[in-house]
Each structure stands twice: as C-alpha cells, then as structure tokens.
Ligand binder design. Structure first.
Ligand code: S3P
Length: 187
C-alpha cells in the first residue's frame, strides 16, 4: 500500500498556514509540522536573530535543509515558511512529496493578520517576528514581495483564497481539494 501523501501549505506570511495546519491535523488525525519552528529548533536561535547575525542567504540555506527533511516524511501536514516555495529545489521537492496548497490573501488582510501576530508565541523579545517586513511601510513591502513571488505561488497544486474564511473553513476547502484529487476514477 502506498504511504499517505503530505499536505503542504505554502503562501505568504500571514496567510494562515500554521493555524490552518493545526486544524487540518486535528481533522485528519495526522501530525502537523511547522517548518519555521523546526528551523528555529535546529538553529537554536529565533528567525530574526538568524537574519540579523548571518543574513538571509544563510537563513535560506537552513530552510532548504529543513524542507528536505520534512519532505522525506509522509502523512504529515506541513506548514512551510512563506519564502520557501520561491526556491526551485524546494518547490520541486514539495510538489513531488505532497499535495501543495497555497493559501492566499489580500495585502491588507495580510497586514492585519501579521500585526495581530506580533506578540504571539513566535515573538522573541522585541525583535520583529518577520524581519522581511520590518520597516516603516510594511504594506508596500508586502505588495512588492507578493508581486515578486506570484509566479512561484501559482505553481502550487491548488490555491485557496482565505480573506473571508475562518481557519476551519479554509481547512475544509483544503481537505475537499486534496480528497477529490486522490479519488480513483470508477471503471
Ligand atoms: C518568510 C516567512 C516567514 C519566515 C521568515 C521568512 C518569507 O514564515 O520563514 O520570516 O520569506 O516569507 P511565515 O510565512 O510562517 O511567516
């Protein structure tokens, strides 16, 4: 019997990957792995500190090794970091080892959600949870990065627009899409 495929959530910061991932894990009875949390555990430092001390290329290298590890597993719900699917090697690995669902949201929704998440469990001291959005015009930065990444995100197997949905509703949609894709056609 073939092993259960992973469900891999990709998409921009604040699109709800971690929250939806937890709901999906509960609904499917599988375990959820958060790639950023794995990376922080492996590095022994928070993401903001890795960016600050070693720079983004070093962070991306670590991210690639975490994605390689996670993609060698099966039957998991994986919440990937927002930039990981931009890397071609990561993208190929994820598409080959799971059903990849991109969660999308409007820039304004993203800004609202990430402003709320300052101070959550990902925050360490006063460091920004998401160093790529630090600065005085985060909305402009979100729009720029979304434009740069649009082509990569479009390569996911499916996209779910999340603006008007609760995490539970998003998770239901993700499951519906994944289950429909796995259905063997009747002969
Ligand atoms: C990043 C997204 C973050 C984290 C890092 C870089 C990105 O993850 O990996 O700050 O490049 O979009 P989340 O999408 O979980 O916030």
């Amino acid at each position: 019997m073939s092993e259960a495929k992973n469900i891999i959530l990709v998409g921009f910061m604040g699109s709800g990957k971690s929250v939806v991932g937890r709901v999906l894990a509960r609904l499917t009875g599988s375990s959820m792995v958060d790639a950023d949390a794995e990376l922080v555990r492996k590095a022994g430092r928070p993401i903001s500190q890795i960016f600050q001390e070693d720079g983004e290329p070093a962070f991306r290298e670590l991210e690639r090794s975490v994605i390689r590890d996670l993609c060698s597993q099966s039957g998991k719900v994986i919440a990937a970091g927002g930039g990981s699917f931009v890397d071609q090697d990561n993208r190929n690995l994820m598409l080959a080892n799971g059903q990849v669902v991109c969660l999308s949201a409007r820039p304004e929704t993203i800004l609202q959600r990430i402003s709320r998440s300052q101070g959550n469990e990902k925050q360490v001291g006063n460091a920004p949870v998401r160093p790529l959005l630090a600065g005085d015009d985060p909305l402009r930065r979100i729009k720029e990065l979304l434009a740069q990444r649009a082509e990569s995100y479009a390569q996911a197997d499916y996209t779910v627009e999340t603006d008007e949905l609760t995490p539970e509703q998003v998770a239901d949609k993700v499951l519906e899409l994944c289950r429909a894709a796995e259905k063997v056609p009747e002969i």
